[in-house]
Ligand binder design. Structure first.
Ligand SMILES: C[S@@+](CC[C@H](N)C(=O)[O-])C[C@H]1O[C@@H](n2cnc3c(N)ncnc32)[C@H](O)[C@@H]1O
Length: 207
């Protein structure tokens, strides 16, 4: 069965996010993606960075089915593991021990604003436990700076999120950075991306 989902924004932003990832030394090891959604990013990045292993995850069965379908459709099934069922708030994340040893990067794209704030806290907390010194946590999405939206379209988007769920919303960069500090990360880069998004690269600076 073909369960592939198609997320238009994902198809549009994968090139730009991939360009940022290409500047990080991703020579080998494992990238763990949290909230992989359709799996379109996962297969695109696995093809673009064949030296690494791209491990997808998502709490939604429909999404994990789509990810598996994408993996087979792109003939990556001998390279890419099947998605893990990870809900960031359910600690500890269920990750096979053999994968943890190879973990270089945790990445979450367009997740923290479409989930309660608790998910941001859990993402940093669990990533802080799993990533060793010098490894990276990467976030992509819209952010407010000093509690202000950077565009009118982001403000409209934020309002539309809150109508769907009052606990969702575009996050404030400074509050996200506080979570980073609490959990042993330092913001290394803040990269302005197309369509009023950012990529945030955090480095683990504690052991
Ligand atoms: C807007 S989609 C983004 C999907 C994908 N990263 C992309 O950019 O196409 C948000 C994703 O976050 C996932 N998500 C929501 N709550 C989550 C949680 N508590 N833990 C992990 N992932 C979660 C959803 O299932 C969904 O796949």
């Amino acid at each position: 069965m073909d369960y592939r989902l198609f997320f238009p924004a994902t198809q549009r932003n994968k090139i730009h996010i991939g360009d940022v990832l290409s500047k990080i030394p991703l020579k080998q090891g494992l990238v763990l993606e949290i909230g992989s959604g359709s799996g379109e990013h996962g297969v695109a990045f696995q093809k673009r960075f064949p030296e690494i292993i791209w491990q997808t995850s998502d709490p939604e069965l429909e999404h994990r089915r789509s990810i598996i379908s994408w993996i087979y459709h792109e003939k990556l099934n001998l390279k890419m593991p099947e998605p893990l069922e990870i809900d960031v708030t359910k600690s500890p994340w269920q990750i096979p021990f053999k994968l943890l040893d190879k973990l270089e990067v945790i990445i979450s794209i367009n997740m923290i604003h479409i989930a309660p704030w608790e998910c941001t806290e859990s993402l940093f907390k669990e990533s802080g436990k799993l990533l060793k010194y010098g490894k990276f946590l990467i976030l992509y999405g819209p952010f407010k700076i000093e509690d202000k939206h950077i565009s009118e379209s982001n403000e409209l988007f934020d309002n539309s999120l809150k109508i769907q769920n009052n606990d969702w919303g575009v996050r404030n960069l400074e509050e996200v950075n506080e979570e980073a500090t609490i959990n042993g990360f330092k913001q290394k880069q803040l990269i302005k991306m197309p369509t009023n998004n950012f990529t945030l690269i955090y480095k683990k600076i504690t052991y």
